[in-house]
Design a protein around this ligand. Structure first.
Ligand SMILES: [Fe+2]
Length: 185
């Protein structure tokens, strides 16, 4: 393998991560709306919905920043950013859409959506780790590696926040509230 091939690999991976981030700007907005809690009276249930929505909306704003950083990186590398389809991400979104059609009480939905968000962030974090590992062997402009590292850190933070909500007491209370509630109509 020569250094040109390594550059090609870096470019392929950079385009993948750019495509995923760009798509997620829209998809995270949809995910936050999916977890709407307007119909819920139980505060234990509302708390998880609202915490989840806050988290996803905040990360959506961060994702817009990531896209901008990546576009600047393409610029610094004299490349044109283009979006392509990412089957792994499309699959997660498709699965979520299928789930949306399942008739289910709104109260339990965020437990599922937290799983989706976690999978998405894990996918992104892995992609950034791979990119940074390749980048370490290339003589890239410093701003490019710094942009990737900054995005990677934000993904790791988002993943930690999702995991702490998913494994925390608010979800436990929600599950308790569901277990104690009347059978669903
Ligand atoms: Fe992300």
């Amino acid at each position: 393998m020569n250094v040109e091939s390594l550059h090609d690999l870096f470019e392929v991976e950079l385009r993948k991560v750019y495509s995923a981030e760009s798509e997620l700007v829209d998809e995270l907005a949809v995910l936050a709306d999916d977890a709407a809690a307007d119909s819920l009276d139980d505060t234990r249930m509302r708390e998880v919905h609202e915490a989840f929505q806050d988290l996803v909306r905040t990360h959506r704003e961060e994702t817009e920043e990531h896209v901008q950083r990546l576009e600047d990186a393409f610029d610094a590398l004299d490349l044109r950013p283009e979006e392509r389809s990412i089957p792994a991400l499309e699959g997660l979104i498709k699965e979520k859409e299928l789930f949306n059609n399942v008739v289910l009480n709104d109260g339990v939905r965020p437990v599922y959506y937290l799983g989706v968000a976690r999978n998405v962030e894990q996918l992104e974090l892995t992609a950034y780790d791979r990119l940074l590992r390749i980048a370490a062997h290339l003589n890239l402009p410093q701003e490019v590696t710094e942009a990737l590292a900054a995005n990677r850190e934000a993904e790791a933070d988002a993943l930690r926040a999702i995991e702490s909500l998913a494994e925390g007491e608010d979800v436990e209370s929600l599950l308790e509230a569901m277990a104690g509630s009347q059978p669903l109509e």
